[in-house]
Design a protein around this ligand. Structure first.
Ligand code: FAD
Length: 336
């Protein structure tokens, strides 16, 4: 159907969630979630909202309408504050709207050498809280969150393994209670033409429906969304609200001088929704996910270095061709 590209807002030290004073204004930052923004959104929103020290009826500005801005705004509105989101891109136009949409709480979250002491524990708290919060949306109207079967397939001729040159922090393996297990399938139990197959499950975010739901919940609490672009922080600080939440994602690099942010490019090739085939798979560095709003086909590269430092959001048709051919080969040799 289409190709979408976006940059993950990767921050080597991990997401920045902290408050700063500018004269009589309080700015709370919540940006830099790498490849885990959807997954960790709820807990990070809760932590940022607490730093805002919301008071019933007080006005708060949220800069950004991606998943981080929306969840932060919602948590603040729930506490009784009068919240306005200001954003250059409205929710369905943001980079968040172009995400794969899977539970991936430690994907490009930080570099081991750059995190502060105690980051692991902080991350554990975020992951647990968010994991449980997402699950409240399973089975609700529009199925914003779903659990689907997932197959990890090993080819007879797997691509060579290359280790990433950056020391990405991998935390998930230590938290079995927030992942779905998987088992190796006997050959006769599947039809994939592969050397081996494992079957597990994945928590999937149907991003279109989830975004709609967040917008509706926010507006129903009296929240407002205004399209507005800011050139620099002085324009943000000129807003009438005394508390400002900076949820500008990769935009924080220019808006707030967050030079430490690294763009990590990712491309998704979209096929029409296939409700009759609701599962995901990983095969030869290609990820496929059947979501309610389309089938994601994504070349992930040999490791997490893939796309690192690349800001270009122009679709790469060669990458699409490679991904689609790889998946095509799997199905053209389907065992009867
Ligand atoms: C290909 C790809 C796949 C991904 N898959 C997953 C996944 O499966 N699971 C997962 O958990 N995460 C995933 N991610 C990561 C996730 O998408 C990001 O971490 C998340 O979208 C970041 O959200 P955000 O709200 O901080 O930023 P954004 O979605 O970029 O939103 C930023 C907002 O700030 C506004 N803004 C910025 N600058 C300005 C300015 N100067 N003036 C006014 N407004 C401004 C923008 O207009 C926008 O509204 C993926 C990312 C990519 C690229």
């Amino acid at each position: 159907m289409r190709i979408t590209v976006c940059t993950r807002p990767f921050r080597p030290a991990g997401p920045r969630i902290e408050a700063e004073a500018f004269g009589d204004k309080r700015v709370v930052h919540n940006y830099g979630h790498g490849g885990s923004g959807w997954s960790l959104s709820w807990a990070c929103a809760q932590e940022a909202a607490a730093l805002a020290q919301p008071v019933q009826g007080h006005s708060i500005a949220v800069i950004g309408a991606g998943v981080i801005g929306l969840t932060t705004a919602l948590r603040l509105a729930e506490s009784g504050a009068a919240v306005t989101i200001y954003a250059k891109d409205l929710p369905h136009e943001t980079r968040s709207a172009r995400a794969t949409g899977v539970w991936s709480p430690s994907s490009r979250i930080a570099l081991s050498s750059k995190v502060a002491d105690g980051f692991d524990d902080r991350w554990r708290g975020w992951a647990r809280t968010s994991y449980l919060t997402h699950q409240r949306y399973i089975g609700t109207l529009g199925q914003p969150v779903d659990i689907i079967p997932f197959y990890s397939l090993r080819s007879h001729t797997p691509p060579p393994r290359e280790w990433a040159s950056h020391d990405f922090l991998h935390l998930g393996g230590r938290m079995n209670d927030i992942w779905f297990g998987s088992q190796t399938l006997p050959d006769e139990a599947h039809q994939f033409p592969v050397a081996s197959a494992r079957r597990g499950a994945d928590m999937v975010f149907n991003i279109a429906a989830y975004t709609d739901r967040l917008i509706r919940d926010f507006l129903s609490l009296g929240g407002r969304i205004i399209r507005q672009s800011f050139n620099d922080r002085s324009e943000v600080l000129a807003l009438p609200e005394s508390v400002i939440m900076n949820c500008s994602g990769y935009g924080a690099k220019t808006l707030w001088g967050a030079e430490e942010l690294v763009p990590v490019r990712g491309q998704i090739n979209w096929m029409p929704p296939q409700p009759e085939a609701r599962y995901g798979l990983y095969y030869e560095d290609v990820y496929v996910l059947s979501r309610g709003d389309g089938v994601v086909v994504q070349y992930t590269g040999p490791n997490e270095d893939y796309g690192y430092g690349i800001e270009d959001e122009t679709p790469d048709r060669e990458e699409m061709r490679r991904a689609v051919e790889t998946v095509g080969s799997l199905f053209s040799e389907w065992r009867a």
